[in-house]
Design a protein around this ligand. Structure first.
Ligand code: GAL
Ligand code: MG
Length: 976
């Protein structure tokens, strides 16, 4: 690129230069009639932007990142730290630079028209040349750039279009988001043509009372000043009125530049169907620009949602209603392409979110692909639209650095100019983790003036003082602030604005403990309105194990069970050989890289239930409508009664006609059978008809109420029958067991355990390697055997007693463990044993069928469940404790010939049945390295610690900790 004037400017080290030759951002829809330039381009990767082009060409697919397309420049993952040591605004000398070239020939009918190039996204600096002539520069890796090529392209004479993408730049320092670093043209490239007289921008505002206002900006690049142009608008057959007062061409001042004028169209739609996330009603709008003779010079199509957003006191209102924000943070991610997402993929993301009760998306941490907003309008999501500003590593320097002022304002304003017409966007976000400085205030000032219809948020501004009002955030939108802290703030009397976590409940590995506690507090505390779970995706890139290369676009190997295909794995930080990386911290989503929902999704679905069982009273079941805008007519229900003894009854449920917020009692659908055992009533709620996001019959929620508790009295101790065999070490000998029941105080640390410091502490205490010493084995005359053992750990001795009583068909085992006071917080207290091979099916009565843990057990209904043992385990990317089931009363493990064992527990317990010992899980770093055992590894826990979210944010609450002292549990083991 030597000698080139654009390169000579070195725009990659000039933060003041946000663009050159780039057209203003706008919201005119140019999709129809465009000439797509996607496909294979000639490509070469230079080692620096200064290197001469001229080596050999290969090819690269557009849209796509070259980092997943076979180059030696591979993806790299860092969270906070920059991948290079240079301070802003500098970039490293070794700076991969991709040169994309192709010939373009425009259609004959484009002769004489204005021709515009649109580059969907380039990471991180784009330089454009046509036939060697400099055209322009653009920055912001997540927004499109347009360039006027009218005088450079002509039909019939192909030109060479060159797009040069410089990977590292001054802009990288404000794109330091926690994600993979890539390089390339990651969104589509196209050309379109307009007349010289054209719509430069269209701004639509539509309120909940049906008031519609459309502001059109018109330009004429032809030099002539056409007289008498006008615009017209049509909203589903209704013509809008033009307010001619805004027509500058008709004004007396003849000194008109190519900014020709503005025109406003208005209408009031009676009985308007308002837009909200539950009923996302959209109206089609066509805006036309006419010449004086009435012929159409330009058209733009929009979908309009009539809705209002406002903050009143400390409530965020949509159409006057205080909504709850059940949000998730979403990156543009795909396991094959890294960053490039197709329309189908985005639709699948949003459909899945709808099915699991989410109603909001924060586009962390940059404007997402434009189709996300179309889909959010259509399917119904509230969107916090976030600008590409994250200077995490150098946040303090950059927030007040005037060299970056342009960039902040440019990025925020261009996002708003692009997305302003989407009803889904209810809040603008200035960016993420960039401290707080004058550059933010400048961007907020621009937004407030330009779009007074939406609030602005920025975590970095509001976190300094949640009660302050004179800063860049209209909301308090903390990150990982503890529930206690937030409730306290809401109750303090000092809260001045809504509190909606921009990030909470960090979904790394086996996580999201206490989500139900959060929602109980949110729904009962004025001032708290919800939040955005961190995050949607586990960003595992599909990688071949043999050569550690990304599989890339078009690759196969995606399953739908969360596991990469054989010979592949989900790569996380470090797996591409990056010397600087942040490991598995990139795998922190509520879905696996193939979009398989993790168990937390079921928890969320239930927490978001639109219809709930409020309580069970003598007159019947009280149902409530927990939506904000919708009745229950879109849902159907079925009652299911599940009895501990195995009985199950079903009956169709008539859902009452309830307005949002209303409740009504419905009669109990069943006579409770005699018998005295536990009885649970579930309302299976499904979609009554096809919804855009779910076919008829899709489960929406499974609210449940206990109609009858288990008999409270403890059964009398069984009378011994037969004999129990115990070896000289006091270990039970049983034909179905390959390892006798032993004490376990350890779990393979979850990501929360490791990063929250518990895992290291447990290791220091020696809990992963208890040394067992039998102190007493006593055979009683009646057949009982009592075994006393001491388990020595670094930090103390645990006394463990097992009493084995032979009973009809099996053994009853009573256990107790006394934990010294030093063990303030252990993972579990319980028994672990292993079975013979061949027991491949688990059936149980308890919570399920999906994985659940003490602090993540709201969404797993009590019932009779049956799951193959191999499917009980959840394949978190970094192996860790997983596969647990909460509240298990009894279970069987059986072979296809119905032989096997059954365990009856003294009370609902946490049970884990997998193919792995804790040590198997801790020994490896990726799921594909695990070798399943033939038998089952069974854990029965008297107590199991909650999961919390300590990998980033609060740990579980104290009520879910395992305390020192004496724990007792008992269970009966029988052969089937
Ligand atoms: C936040 C940040 C996210 C992500 C998350 C942890 O601090 O905004 O980008 O890093 O923590 O996974
Ligand atoms: Mg960050």
């Amino acid at each position: 690129m030597t000698g080139d004037p654009l390169s000579a400017l070195r725009p990659w080290e000039a933060p003041e230069v946000t663009s050159w030759g780039r057209l203003p951002m706008n919201a005119v829809d140019r999709r129809s009639g465009a000439l797509p330039l996607d496909g294979d381009w000639r490509f070469q990767l230079l080692s620096t932007p200064d290197a001469p082009v001229g080596g050999s060409w290969s090819s690269a697919y557009v849209p796509g990142a070259w980092t997943t397309q076979g180059t030696d420049d591979l993806p790299q993952y860092t969270n906070v730290r920059m991948p290079f040591p240079e301070f802003p605004p500098h970039s490293p000398a070794a700076n991969p630079t991709g040169v994309y070239e192709r010939e373009v020939d425009v259609p004959a009918e484009w002769a004489g028209r204005r021709i515009v190039l649109q580059v969907g996204a380039a990471e991180s600096v784009l330089l454009v040349h046509v036939d060697g002539r400099p055209v322009g520069v653009s920055k912001d890796s997540h927004l499109a750039a347009e360039f006027d090529l009218t005088h450079l392209l002509a039909p019939g004479s192909p030109s060479t279009l060159r797009l040069t993408v410089v990977k590292w730049s001054d802009a990288s320092h404000i794109e330091d988001q926690d994600q993979w670093w890539h390089g390339g043209l990651t969104r589509s490239v196209l050309l379109y043509a307009t007349e010289a007289l054209h719509l430069a921008d269209v701004t639509v505002r539509a309120g909940r009372y049906g008031e519609l206002r459309v502001d059109c900006r018109v330009r004429d690049t032809g030099g002539a000043l056409p007289e008498g142009w006008y615009v017209s608008g049509e909203l589903e057959g209704r013509l809008l009125t033009q307010d001619t007062g805004f027509d500058r061409a008709n004004a007396e001042d003849e000194r008109v530049s190519d900014f020709l004028g503005e025109a406003r169209l208005t209408a009031t739609v009676p009985d308007v169907r308002t837009w909200n996330a539950e009923t996302p009603e959209l109206y089609g709008l066509s805006v036309r620009l006419h010449r004086a003779d009435g012929t159409v010079a330009d058209t733009s199509r929009h979908r309009v949602g009539f809705r209002d957003v406002e903050i009143v006191g400390r409530d965020l209102l949509v159409n006057g209603e205080r909504i709850f924000v059940r949000g998730v943070n979403r990156h543009d991610f795909h396991p094959l392409t890294g960053r490039t997402v197709t329309y189908e993929d985005m639709r699948a993301d949003l459909v899945l979110l709808k099915r699991f009760g989410f109603n909001a998306i924060r586009t962390s941490h940059y404007p997402n692909d434009p189709s996300v907003y179309d889909l959010a309008d259509e399917l119904g999501f509230y969107v916090v639209d976030e600008a590409t500003v994250e200077s995490h590593d150098h946040a303090h320097e950059i927030a007040d650095d005037p060299r970056y002022l342009n960039a902040f304002v440019d990025r925020v304003s261009r996002m708003a100019l692009r997305d302003k017409n989407h009803p889904c966007v209810i809040i603008w976000s200035l960016g993420n983790e960039s401290d707080y400085g004058a550059n933010h205030d400048a961007a907020a000032g621009w937004l407030r003036r330009h779009d007074p219809t939406r609030p602005v948020q920025y975590e970095g501004a509001a976190k300094l003082d949640w009660a302050a009002t004179d800063d860049a955030s209209d909301l308090a939108c903390p990150m990982y602030a503890s529930l206690e802290e937030c409730v306290e703030h809401a109750l303090s009397g000092r809260q001045t604005r809504p509190l909606i976590w921009c990030e909470y409940s960090h979904a790394m590995g086996n996580s999201n403990g206490t989500l139900a506690d959060h929602w109980a507090a949110i729904e009962s505390t004025p001032g708290l309105q919800g939040g955005f779970i961190w995050e949607f995706w586990d960003h595992g890139i599909l990688q071949r194990v043999s050569d550690a290369r990304p599989v890339g676009r078009g690759g196969v190997g995606l399953h739908d069970n969360g596991v990469a295909a054989p010979g592949h794995r989900w790569a996380y930080g470090g797996d591409f050989g990056e010397p600087i990386h942040d490991g598995a911290f990139i795998a922190d989503g509520v879905v696996f890289p193939d979009r398989t929902p993790k168990p937390v999704m079921y928890e969320h679905r239930e927490l978001a239930a639109p219809v709930r069982i409020e309580c069970f009273r003598h007159e019947g079941i009280v149902l409530g409508n927990h939506q904000h805008f919708r009745g229950l007519d879109w849902l159907s229900g079925e009652w299911e009664l599940s009895l501990a003894d195995g009985g199950r009854l079903t009956a169709p449920a008539e859902l009452p006609d309830l307005c949002p917020g209303q409740t009504a009692a419905v009669p109990l659908p069943f006579e409770l059978p005699e018998g005295g055992g536990e009885a649970w009533l579930t309302l299976r709620v499904t979609t009554a008809r096809d919804e855009p996001w779910a076919p008829r019959g899709t489960v929406v929620c499974l609210p449940q109420v206990r109609l009858r508790a288990a008999a409270p009295a403890r059964p009398p101790l069984p009378v011994p029958r037969g004999r129990v065999e115990v070896d000289t070490d006091g270990l039970l000998v049983h034909p179905l067991l390959t390892a006798a029941p032993a004490l376990s105080l350890w779990r393979a640390p979850t990501d929360n355990d490791e990063l929250g410091g518990m895992g290291p502490r447990w290791r220091a205490w020696g809990l992963d390697a208890l040394v067992r010493k039998v102190t007493d084995v006593r055979h009683r005359a009646d057949g009982r055997v009592t075994v006393h053992a001491e388990h020595a750990a670094e930090a103390g001795v645990v006394r463990h007693v097992q009493v084995f009583t032979p009973v009809e068909g099996g053994i009853h085992i009573e256990e107790s463990a006394e934990l010294p006071d030093a063990f303030t917080d252990v993972a579990r207290v319980g028994s672990v044993f292993e079975t013979i091979a061949g027991l491949d099916l688990m059936e149980w009565y308890g919570q399920g069928p999906w994985e659940s843990y003490p602090d993540r057990a709201f969404g797993a209904p009590v019932g009779h469940h049956s799951v193959p043992v191999d499917e009980l385990f959840t394949p978190y990317l970094r192996p860790q404790e997983s596969g647990g089931r909460h509240g298990v009363r009894h279970f069987t493990l059986s072979a296809p010939d119905a032989t096997g064992l059954t365990v009856v527990l003294d009370e609902p317990r946490q049970v884990g049945v997998t193919r792995y010992r804790a040590g198997d899980l801790t020994a490896v770093a990726h799921h594909d390295e695990l070798v399943p055992r033939a038998g089952c590894v069974v854990h029965i826990d008297a107590a199991h610690r909650g999961l919390g979210t300590a990998s980033c944010g609060p740990d579980t609450s104290p009520s879910y900790l395992v305390s020192p002292g004496v724990h007792r549990w008992s269970w009966t083991l029988r052969a089937l």
